[in-house]
Ligand binder design. Structure first.
Ligand SMILES: [Zn+2]
Ligand SMILES: [Zn+2]
Length: 282
C-alpha cells in the first residue's frame, strides 16, 4: 500500500503539523509554511529548526513537503515578478533543505498566451538559479502539473518533460495532481483510463520523476481546465479511478497527499484519510 497522507495546517509553528497529521491518521505531510496568497519564504532561526527536527524525530520522520506560495510565476513577461518568484522559491528550497524535509512543490505559473516554447528557456534559467542559490543536498524541487487554465505552464505532460530536460538537474522532479490532470484532459475514471494515463506519463515524463501524488477528486469535468478539488468519490473522477490508482504497483512507493475540502470544507480531515485508506485496502 502506498504511503497515505494529507495537506496539514502549519499555523502556530511548523513543528505542530506532526501532531495534527497524527490526529487525522496522515503518514505523509504537506504544509504551507507561509500564507499561500502572500509573498514570503519560510525563515527559521536555529531554535525553531531544532524544535522542528525534534518533532519530526518523535513522529518517526514521516515524508514532509512544502507547498510554495501561489503567486510564483516563472513564465511571466514581467522580469520583476519572475525575479521575486525565483528568490521566493530559492528561500523555500533552502529552508526545506535546512529542515531535512523531502521537497518543495510549486506551480510554475502562466505565460498568459505567449506560448510555452517562448517561455521555456526563461523558466529553465530561473529554475537553474533556484537550484544554484539553494543548492539543496536532499530537498527536491517538484513541479506540479496544473489544470491548464489561462496559459498555465505544465498542464500537458510534454511541458513537464521539456522543463525537466531544459534544466537538466537530477534534483528536479514532479508532483502529479489527479484533479489537475483530469481537468486538463487526462482521464482517470476507470482502471483502463488510469492505466492509459500512467502509461502516457511514463512514456513522456517517466515514472522515476513522479515523486508525490496530490490525490483529489474533481468537481469539474474531464478537460474543463477548471481547478476545483472535491472529496474522493464526490467528484467526476469517482472511487473506481482512485481505487485503481491506489492499487497500481507502479505507484506503490509514491506518497499520496490529499488536498480535498473535507467534510467541513476546512481541508483534509480524519474522515478524508479514512476514505482514502478504505479505497487503498479494498
Ligand atoms: Zn498545488
Ligand atoms: Zn495539488
Amino acid at each position: 500500500m502506498p504511503i497515505l497522507g494529507a495537506h496539514v495546517e502549519a499555523s502556530g509553528g511548523l513543528h505542530l503539523a506532526f501532531a495534527r497529521a497524527a490526529a487525522m491518521g496522515a503518514e505523509v505531510l504537506q504544509v504551507h509554511p507561509t500564507p499561500p496568497h502572500y509573498w514570503g519564504s519560510p525563515r527559521l532561526d536555529e531554535e525553531r529548526v531544532e524544535r522542528f527536527r525534534e518533532a519530526a524525530a518523535r513522529a518517526g520522520c514521516p515524508p514532509f513537503f512544502f507547498h510554495a506560495v501561489y503567486l510564483i510565476n516563472l513564465a511571466s513577461a514581467d522580469p520583476m515578478l519572475r525575479q521575486r518568484s525565483e528568490s521566493t522559491l530559492a528561500g523555500y528550497l533552502a529552508t526545506a533543505d535546512l529542515l531535512g524535509i523531502d521537497g518543495v512543490i510549486f506551480h510554475t505559473g502562466s505565460h498568459k498566451g505567449a506560448g510555452f516554447d517562448a517561455v521555456l528557456p526563461v523558466i529553465a534559467g530561473h529554475l537553474s538559479r533556484v537550484l544554484e542559490r539553494a543548492d539543496p543536498r536532499r530537498a527536491r524541487l517538484l513541479i506540479e502539473n496544473n489544470a491548464g487554465a489561462g496559459g498555465c505552464v505544465g498542464a500537458r505532460f510534454e511541458e513537464l518533460r521539456a522543463m525537466i530536460d531544459a534544466v537538466g538537474d537530477p534534483r528536479v522532479g514532479t508532483c502529479f495532481d489527479t484533479c489537475h490532470a483530469f481537468a486538463s484532459g487526462y482521464d482517470l475514471r476507470t482502471p483502463e483510463a488510469v492505466a492509459a494515463t500512467l502509461d502516457e506519463w511514463d512514456r513522456v515524463v517517466g515514472l522515476e520523476r513522479l515523486e508525490v501524488i496530490h490525490c483529489n477528486d474533481s468537481q469539474a469535468g474531464l478537460g474543463s481546465n477548471r481547478d476545483r478539488h472535491a472529496n474522493l468519490g464526490q467528484g467526476q473522477i469517482g472511487e473506481e479511478g482512485f481505487r485503481a490508482l491506489l492499487h497500481d504497483p507502479r505507484l506503490a512507493k509514491v506518497p499520496f497527499i490529499l488536498e480535498v475540502p473535507g467534510l467541513a470544507g476546512k481541508g483534509p480531515d480524519a474522515a478524508s484519510l479514512e476514505a482514502l485508506r478504505r479505497l487503498a485496502a479494498s
